[in-house]
Design a protein around this ligand. Structure first.
Ligand SMILES: Cc1ncc(COP(=O)(O)O)c(C=O)c1O
Length: 370
């Protein structure tokens, strides 16, 4: 065959060839459903547990200043941010790993620890990204249903541990139910599970929790080196759009997480904003206190309306609802231009925001209470 004939022959063979395929784990992956978004002045965006406040002024100024360095790669090791976090938390920078949001760090945790076929245990319902990240790594999600009080069934979780268990995820306060796990219960749990299992305490909403309602996770970490604390700047710090979160873990684990990170995944803007936010303690505390106050006001009014709620320690409220109530509520919220998060078979989660938006929620739910 001449070279031209060869090319023609291979081109027609190519036409018969199947398209590239995704890995089986990816093809079967549930799609992450983001909180619904909308634009318009009358829309109340209460679907993603974001802060309704504008970014802290110091963070906005840091971003404006860092914007002039966008032609440069960020510090991939995030040395300054890790050192500042370490000082803030009373650990060493070697025990801190940062990533693009705490969900990015969680991906580093799961891909860093799990081989195909390993088990990752978590409560369900909890943060929707858990099963996705676990399946993506080829590991096996083990979902343990929440207890009757919408909290973690730690006995059930301990009983689900097998030789294949590599990681356990505890979410406190739990998304979407808002229920924290007490310090004592986590400590008893830690005493009952093998020390070679990494127990991640996901504290994405910890700043909103009343003191003492959840664990003193740093104390637990110091006592149990298989604890890993996961936190974020996305929620109370109001930097959801910049993508920066972190883990505190034993030095070898933290070092492994840093190695599994995508290079340069936390932008210089995000690093600078996070550092500036750490300094804005009092301002942040004032904002958090206002959300807590609104959460208490809303919960009291909803209970007076006849809704049965578990006390939430997050910046959101949870209404358990069967599918018919859920559908009714979603229709009503949609019609009122209030974006909330609905979970099939489970209920509806509503972010606590500014008093005017919260009043709209209260008014709508009053019309639908039993
Ligand atoms: C419990 C929990 N963990 C982690 C995250 C991830 O947040 P981010 O990646 O923005 O830090 C979320 C976000 O909703 C969450 O609810």
């Amino acid at each position: 065959m001449t070279p031209d004939q060869l090319l023609t022959a291979s081109a027609s063979a190519l036409q018969d060839t199947a398209l590239p395929t995704l890995r089986g784990a990816v093809a079967g992956l549930p799609t992450y459903v983001p909180g619904r978004r909308g634009a318009g002045t009358d829309i109340a965006a209460l679907a993603s547990n974001e802060s309704h406040y504008e970014p802290l002024p110091a963070a906005a100024a840091a971003v404006a200043e860092a914007a002039g360095t966008m032609n440069r790669y960020p510090d991939s090791a995030a040395v300054e941010l890790r050192e500042r976090l370490a000082g803030h938390l009373g650990v060493t920078a070697g025990e801190v790993a940062v990533g693009p949001g705490s969900v990015g760090v969680l991906q580093q945790i799961i891909t860093g620890l799990c081989d195909a076929g390993d088990d990752v245990i978590f409560a369900w319902r909890s943060f929707e990204a858990y099963p996705i990240l676990v399946e993506l790594a080829g590991a096996r999600p083990v979902r343990i249903p929440l207890d009757d009080a919408e909290g973690h069934d730690l006995h059930g979780m301990a009983a689900a541990v097998t030789d294949r268990t590599k990681v356990i995820l505890l979410c406190s306060p739990n998304n979407p139910t808002g229920v924290p796990i007490s310090h004592e219960r986590i400590e008893a749990f830690l005493q009952s599970v093998r020390s070679d299992i990494l127990v991640v305490i996901d504290e994405a909403y910890v700043e909103y929790a009343e003191a003492g309602s959840g664990p003193d996770s740093l104390a637990l970490y110091r006592r149990y080196p298989n604890v890993c604390i996961l936190r974020t700047f996305s929620k109370a710090y109001g930097l959801a759009g910049l993508r920066v979160g972190y883990a505190v873990a034993a030095p070898d684990i933290a070092e492994g997480l840093r190695r599994t990170a995508l290079p340069f995944s936390v932008s210089a803007l995000a690093q600078k904003a996070a550092i500036a936010s750490l300094d804005a303690g009092q301002e942040m505390e004032t904002r958090v206190a206002a959300v807590r106050q609104e959460r208490t006001r809303m919960a009291a009014q909803l209970e007076a309306q006849g809704w049965k709620l578990q006390p939430s320690q997050g910046n959101f409220l949870w209404i358990r609802a069967d599918d018919s109530l859920r559908a009714r509520l979603v229709d009503a919220f949609d019609a009122a231009a209030i974006l909330v998060r609905a979970y099939q078979g489970d209920g509806v989660r509503i972010t606590v925001a500014d008093p005017a938006s919260n009043d709209r929620v209260l008014g709508l739910l009053e019309a639908h209470s039993a």
